[in-house]
Design a protein around this ligand. Structure first.
Ligand code: CA
Length: 220
């Protein structure tokens, strides 16, 4: 899952980026409102984390711009403790949730999962196609009796595939779910991750469609 983090405080931005990567998100971090609007136009995100006090374009104006677009990306507003008026305006402008700084990373991650669950089709936090199951809060996966805890990248890959069972995802599609802009991606990185997941869950857990990409079976 790809996250756009909009935060001009370097300490907070760096800490949140690291934590999100550790939790298997691909993160693009921008530090002003103009870059945020540009990023949201050029890339598809599963969620946006938005600070309000930003250089160049204010966070509330970024939110307005996000809400005029054709697609509705979930947004969590990150605000200062004393900014009640901003929080109310943010929710009125279509933010899905807000978090008051300083916040615990664990709470941020739980709210992100909750917001994306509300956006998704079902209320179930477990992703599954019937044979393969994945729990986003523990990163545990199982396939026909084999169980394993996945690494952040293994999880990100399997989550991308299990979000669209029966759909073939290409290498570049998988990469955009696993890596942010700032990360160097080795040419065979996706194969390595697939190999590791198959080793843990069995070779049949992920299907290779030669020359096109990879998929997991449609729900049966
Ligand atoms: Ca700020």
């Amino acid at each position: 899952m790809r996250v756009l983090l909009v935060e001009d405080d370097r300490m907070i931005g760096a800490a949140v980026t690291e934590a999100l990567k550790g939790a298997a998100y691909a993160v693009d971090w921008v530090q002003d409102g103009e870059l945020a609007i540009e990023a949201a136009r050029s890339e598809t995100y599963e969620i946006v984390l938005l600070d309000l006090g930003l250089p160049l374009v204010d966070g509330l104006d970024v939110l307005k711009s996000l809400r005029t677009g054709a697609t509705r990306v979930p947004v969590i507003v990150l605000t200062a403790r004393d900014a009640l008026g901003d929080r109310i305006r943010g929710l009125d402008l279509g933010a899905d949730d807000y978090l008051v700084k300083p916040f615990e990373i664990g709470e941020l991650l739980a709210r992100m999962r909750a917001v994306m669950r509300r956006e998704g089709s079902g209320a179930s936090p477990i992703l599954s196609n019937g044979k393969l199951h994945l729990n986003p809060s523990t990163r545990e996966a199982s396939y026909l009796g084999d169980r394993a805890v996945l690494s952040a990248r293994e999880f990100a890959l399997l989550q991308a595939l299990l979000s669209r069972p029966g759909t073939i995802l290409s290498r570049s599609e998988l990469e955009r779910h696993i890596y942010g802009w700032s990360e160097e991606v080795e040419s065979n990185a996706v194969e390595f991750i697939i190999h590791a997941v198959r080793k843990k869950l069995g070779a049949m857990a992920i299907r290779n469609v030669r020359g096109v990409g990879w998929m997991v079976d449609r729900s049966s």
